[in-house]
Design a protein around this ligand. Sequence first.
Ligand code: PLP
Length: 445
Amino acid sequence: MTSINHPSRRDFLSQAAAAGGGAVTVPRLLAGGMLSAAGLAAGCESATSRPGQSSWPDLATLPIPTGPTDDAWAAVRAHFILQPGTAYMNNASLGMPPGVVAEAVADGYLAISTEPLHGKHDLQDRIAQTVMPSLAQTFGADISEISLTRNATEALHLQTLSLDLSPGDEVLITTHEHPAGHRPWMVRAARHGVTVREVFIPSPLVSVEDVISRFEAEITNRTRAIAFCHVTRGGHRYPVRELCTFARERGLVSLVDGAQAVGQFPVDLHELGCDAYSASMHKWMFGPVGTGFLYVRSGARDGFSPAFEPGGAVTGAEYAPPGTADFPVRAALATSLAFVERIRLANVEVRCRHLSDYLKGRLAKLDGCTLLSGPEHLSAPGSTIFELAGLDAVASVPRLEELARTHIDEHQRDGHDAIRVSTHVYNTKSEIDRLVDGLEAARGL
Ligand SMILES: Cc1ncc(COP(=O)(O)O)c(C=O)c1O
């Protein structure tokens, strides 16, 4: 098994230890003489040079993967600083940023801590001039349609609470919503007298037509909006374009939870035709933890009343919560987006599909294994769910960590006792082999 162990990870740990007192140090800054460990610990030394000498190779030199194999992705894998020996396959919960993104966050914090005034302005400039245009370009939107948030949960609350609705108006959601998507609708029901009805959608999905006809069957003359996931927690991929067309033809607003979708495959928001879309950048998009966005289509704005006074938004458009924000974290999104631009989301999709197909092939040979992911056009490339007779899904999580140093998750919902394995580009077939061997061993315990 190839382990993920870039030299700067070792530097990071050893220099952090050398700095003592738990001080966090950044290898390239120390190596480049910008700040000394002692100075950092004393909190008094000023910068002697600007950031810019990353300990990571320039992303422009990262080879663009030319196929789906482990070999083709080895150079990309080398950018991740996961503890050697651990196989991380829980990206649907929280993804891993590459080292260069972790370094960008640390750089931003050092910059704003050593020079708050200029540090803040520099970071705000990076957010306005690089992050926002790059986000808009990556997701096929206009800059003015995007507001930065801390995560999809925040964005989902903003999109749901901002939608103009009157008492007695009806909204259709699905039985697959994540609590982050479900809870704000419960607030609308309790506070504003909105009727929220759940459309039952089977797991796995049956077909595009089946999903649409289930919505169709529930629509009444009071229905004003439909809300659903692009990709569910269980990895089911909804026919978003078709559902949004369906909504538009009936004069309904379409609101999408894209937390599990962005980063697994290309997403073009204008092309999808949704009115609002909420996303997390820290799952599949290699973003630093605490990053996400809300998209509201410019043509749909009249139907929303933002919760905040627009002049207060420091970054992003009028939906963004106002005031001082985590600028270093948001500015580091520029690096995540550059990383993604380099490796390309279309390649990520092919690679993720290649790994999940391999996993599914191995699972198919296990006695008592029921695969619960749908066919390719109805499932996300990276998330796989299945039940394994004789193994409780919740119990499998710590057991697999113990037996195979493999991080996975459970999916005990939608009527399943399922295990969820969410593999990203940096996983390998040998890690999957280790996981499947571990599953067999765990079942025998
Ligand atoms: C479908 C879906 N929506 C929303 C969320 C919430 O994401 P976050 O915790 O990043 O806000 C999740 C998290 O797992 C999710 O799976």
